[in-house]
Ligand binder design. Sequence first.
Ligand SMILES: O=C(CO)[C@H](O)[C@H](O)COP(=O)(O)O
Length: 223
Amino acid sequence: MTQDELKAAVADAAIHEITPGLEKDTVLGIGTGSTANLFIDRLGPLRDRFKGAVASSETSAKRLQSLGIEVFELNNVGTVPFYIDGADEVNAHLHMIKGGGAALTREKIVAACAERFICIADGSKRVDTLGDFPLPVEVIPMARSYVARELVKLGADPVYRPGVVTDNGNQIIDCYDFMIEDPITMEAKINAIVGVVTNGLFAARGADVLLLGKEGGVERSVR
Ligand SMILES: O=C(CO)[C@H](O)[C@H](O)COP(=O)(O)O
């Protein structure tokens, strides 16, 4: 199977995962990226079975709306029963690196409001130790150089992602050569640097369910 077929298989599995819990007043939390897009496309035909969605990016919001799914502002919703999103890496504890698409801050906010985070990913995303994928950090633009110097002190090789402006008007630094043995501690340390909005470690609040696409089928793990 190709990577795209594995992503499609986990998008299908996520639909099966959430449909028993769909009610007329359900508002879903929806992530960002190619796997999340496949999930959004499968939600279109179900749009009459739930109320709408909150999105972790402008791109996902537009895709949802193009399928006739109403998109709500998170402040008007409160908690959501499910947040469905992809990952750049995920470990055995269902800690993740996210933010390859620069949507990490809104993803973390919607995930924080979710009762259940369902991570959907093809098998290539499963790792023993997080960090092969460069860890994204969203920064306030004027703090970029300062934050980069502080990230060096933590052992990272920080590289500015040129030309990328987040939905929040900020910039992204990617941390290379940075294997992360203790994701919960490192998430907190990076977030404590002045000028950091957030970082792409989702460890303090990891996924609750992982649907991982493999050759033999979709593997389901629960935290
Ligand atoms: O965190 C993300 C975007 O900020 C995505 O979930 C992550 O990059 C995975 O993307 P894809 O499903 O395209 O592999």
